[in-house]
Design a protein around this ligand. Structure first.
Ligand code: ADP
Ligand code: MG
Length: 722
């Protein structure tokens, strides 16, 4: 038994496997599974089917419970028709079989009857605490034990990549191709409908598995974004996680009315969540396997400086361009290396990076150049490119590259260009863990993946800071709105930001012109006046914001704002007019802080350039909350217009630390209150001496707010004191 995959060892390294629904009927899935198991599996295969006494020379039993010593069966593979599949799983549970793979289709993927069958399946699995894969799964494989409990056409080659896929068809296609490429696997799982076990469980198991060097995934969605981030973060410390995420999930059912809602779609949530989890997200299947190969075969570079060794100018230039588009940079060689190169290379050769050993370079010249480059302390990695010539033997060159790479211990990617003649050389390189590509850009991107993963593995995760806030007051403000029957709140909820320590200008909601004047007189200088109505989301669109109103004009402005609102919507509910302190917008930059709830990842916070052009500029950064100080800083420094905040063209720099803190505080607010569905602070005016939130808009879910109430059964800290 393999202890390595921990909780899932019975799934990947079982000693006895029962196939429920085994059969010998030609072309059936039940037959394919038994045949695949009989091919290489080191353990025992036990067929179960009431219609046979014997199958393929093996004793066949009428039910799982009838198997002698059934306690020692670790894995049940269920291939019976959908109508009796749940019962078959229950039988496994009853008999003490802990791991079950449900191959049977006809569950959640087929409509409402299937969906209710799937719920039943989940209940049974939970009742018996089963590790259940599927339903609607191609099955599982594990090469150390030769387990192939799938109905795919072939077994995987052995290797150190563990691979999960939400598409069974993609597994068969990928394995077929990988076998040709000589790429091997440790475990393979077809996730199917993920009724019980999902991507988070496998990332967790493989993260702890010393035999898994790289975790690969092809996913259409993530069940629980938060749990996945935690698991992937932990795994990614020492095992790279590379994913293709295809398809777009439906955005939540909630109506999207905020800027953040339109700017932070569901794919942004994945982008942010996967990046925060330290996952290397790739665009296509090719990159998935390119990255898998180099990550499993090559060491991580210590720095980002790459040397290029070539016998052809053109491909050398292509490689240089690709380096320019990556995290890598072209290494500058030391004097010693330069001296060595000028001594050993012909006069016409280029001894600067890229080293062009020119067309008549033989293997020996290549080796000398590569040796000098990799021996240089300014070089962290190398790309070796060769076009076929009469004087170069690719097999010898491949052997030399493998040898020099192993000697120097720095990562190398090869680009031996050509067709047939590269085949055996590719085999040699592969055995040395060195990938070969036809396209130099792929070699560079693969090395870039190593750098990216090095950054991930060195990342220190910090816990999000918890600020001292007035949570009770925030709850009251939300509660009052809900009592009024408003689920859309505007500037009347400014106190929410204040309660969480986000600076706001002085502001009063006046219900009469008199009250407005009194409020304005309490403020030095001119004021800003805004219509306050849950029916008016974008105030300036209807002329509902007046900036710089002198005391003498306040009463008229009040009447005017109310008239405008009435003209816009005669039955609009008007809560009053806000009289707000004037903020010096010209000295600062209008930015936006926002939040939107994603169905998989939960609260997403957003930062960007704000004001009225947010949607036009689309210059924003998103993260899954709660965010740490480092993450909030990355958001602020990560937007394209960040130089503007750092002070461009004689403008004073904005107080970026204050923005970062406001983002963290907002993150705490939306984490504390799941009832806040979306929220915009637009603008947050970021000046040289701090920030001011002058506008807010949010949507609340009244039902959730009730659920937020502190649990009456739980005594608070004071009551616990002896
Ligand atoms: P809305 O977004 O509903 O149109 P805002 O309250 O954001 O309303 O106001 C619109 C614009 O008016 C802001 O982007 C800002 O430029 C300006 N503004 C709003 N409040 C103030 C204020 N207190 N001081 C200075 N300018 C303000
Ligand atoms: Mg606004």
């Amino acid at each position: 038994m393999d202890e390595n995959t921990g909780a899932l060892s019975g799934l990947f390294a079982p000693e006895r496997v029962a196939v429920v629904g085994a059969t010998d009927s030609e072309g059936s899935v039940g037959r394919a599974i038994v045949e695949n198991l009989r091919a290489d599996f080191a353990g025992e295969t036990v067929p179960v089917n009431p219609n046979y006494d014997e199958l393929f020379g093996l004793d066949c039993y009428p039910a799982v419970g009838a198997i002698p010593d059934v306690e020692s069966v670790d894995l049940g593979v269920v291939v019976v028709p959908p109508g009796i599949a749940v019962e078959a799983v229950r039988e496994c549970g009853e008999a003490g079989v802990r791991n079950v793979v449900v191959i049977t289709a006809g569950f959640g993927e087929t409509g409402s009857e299937g969906a209710s069958r799937e719920r039943e399946l989940t209940e049974v699995a939970e009742a018996y605490e089963l590790n259940l894969v599927g339903p609607n799964s191609l099955g599982v494989m594990s090469t150390p034990t030769g387990l192939n409990a799938t109905f795919g056409p072939e077994n995987a080659l052995a290797g150190s990549i563990s691979f999960m896929s939400q598409s069974g068809a993609f597994i068969t296609a990928a394995l077929d191709w990988a076998t040709d490429e000589g790429i091997g696997f440790k475990d393979v799982v077809s996730l199917g409908n993920k009724a019980v076990l999902d991507e988070t469980d496998f990332v967790r198991a493989w993260g702890d598995d010393p035999e898994t060097d790289v975790i690969l995934g092809y996913l259409e969605g993530v069940e629980d974004g938060g749990a996945f981030i935690d698991a992937a973060r932990e795994a990614a410390d020492d095992t790279p996680v590379v994913l293709v995420k295809s398809g777009r999930t439906e955005a939540g059912a909630q109506a999207v009315s905020s800027h953040t809602g339109t700017l932070a779609g569901s794919d942004e949530a994945y982008e942010a969540g996967l990046e925060q989890a330290g996952v290397l997200r790739v665009e296509n299947v090719q990159e998935l396997f390119d990255f898998a190969q180099i990550l499993s075969g090559q060491p991580l570079p210590e720095g980002d400086d790459v040397a290029i060794v070539t016998n052809a100018g053109g491909p050398g230039v292509m490689t240089t361009d690709a380096v320019g588009d990556s995290r890598l940079s072209l290494a500058s060689f030391s004097e010693e290396t330069m001296a060595g190169l000028s001594e050993s290379m012909p006069e016409e050769a280029n001894i600067y990076n890229p080293i062009d050993a020119i067309g008549d370079a033989d293997v020996e010249r290549f080796e000398t150049a590569l040796d000098l480059a990799l021996g240089d302390e300014n070089v962290d990695a190398a790309v070796v490119l060769s076009a076929p010539t009469a004087v170069i033997d690719f097999d010898d060159l491949a052997a030399s590259i493998v040898d020099r790479q192993a000697h120097h211990g720095k990562p190398v990617a090869a680009v031996l260009m050509g067709g047939e003649r590269t085949e055996s050389a590719k085999g040699t390189l592969r055995e040395g863990g060195i990938p070969n590509y036809f396209d130099p850009a792929r070699a560079v991107r693969s090395l870039d993946a190593l750098v990216r993963y090095r950054e991930v593995s060195e990342r220190a995760y910090e816990d999000p800071e918890t600020f001292d806030v007035d949570r009770e007051r925030a709850r009251e403000i939300l509660g009052r709105a809900v009592e009024r029957g408003d689920n859309r709140l505007g500037v009347e909820a400014m106190g929410l930001l204040d309660a969480y320590g986000i600076p706001t200008p002085e502001g009063t909601i006046a219900e009469t012109p008199d009250e407005a004047l009194a409020a304005a007189e309490r403020v030095d200088g001119d004021v800003v006046m805004k219509i306050v109505s849950p029916d008016i989301l974008h105030k300036s669109d209807i002329g509902g914001v007046k900036v710089g109103v002198a005391d003498g004009d306040v009463e008229d402005a009040f009447e005017d704002l109310v008239t405008r609102a009435r003209n816009y919507q005669p039955d609009a509910e008007i809560l009053g007019v806000q009289v707000q302190e004037l903020v010096d917008v010209d000295a600062g930059t209008e930015t936006i802080l926002g939040m939107n709830r994603d169905p998989q990842f939960g609260p997403l916070v957003l930062f960007g350039l704000g004001g009225i052009f947010v949607e036009v500029l689309e210059d924003t950064e998103t993260r899954v909350a709660p965010v740490s100080e480092r993450e909030a800083t990355e958001m602020v420094e990560g937007i394209r217009s960040a130089p503007l905040l750092r002070g461009a063209r004689g403008r004073e720099a904005a107080d970026r630390e204050a923005i970062v803190e406001s983002l963290q505080r907002l993150s705490q607010l939306v984490t504390d209150f799941p009832a806040i569905l979306e929220l915009d602070v637009n603008p947050l005016v970021a000046g040289p001496e701090g920030v001011q939130a002058v506008d807010v808009r949010l949507t609340v879910d009244a039902d959730e707010l009730d659920a937020d109430e502190p649990d009456a059964d739980e005594p608070d800290a004071e009551e616990l004191e002896p």
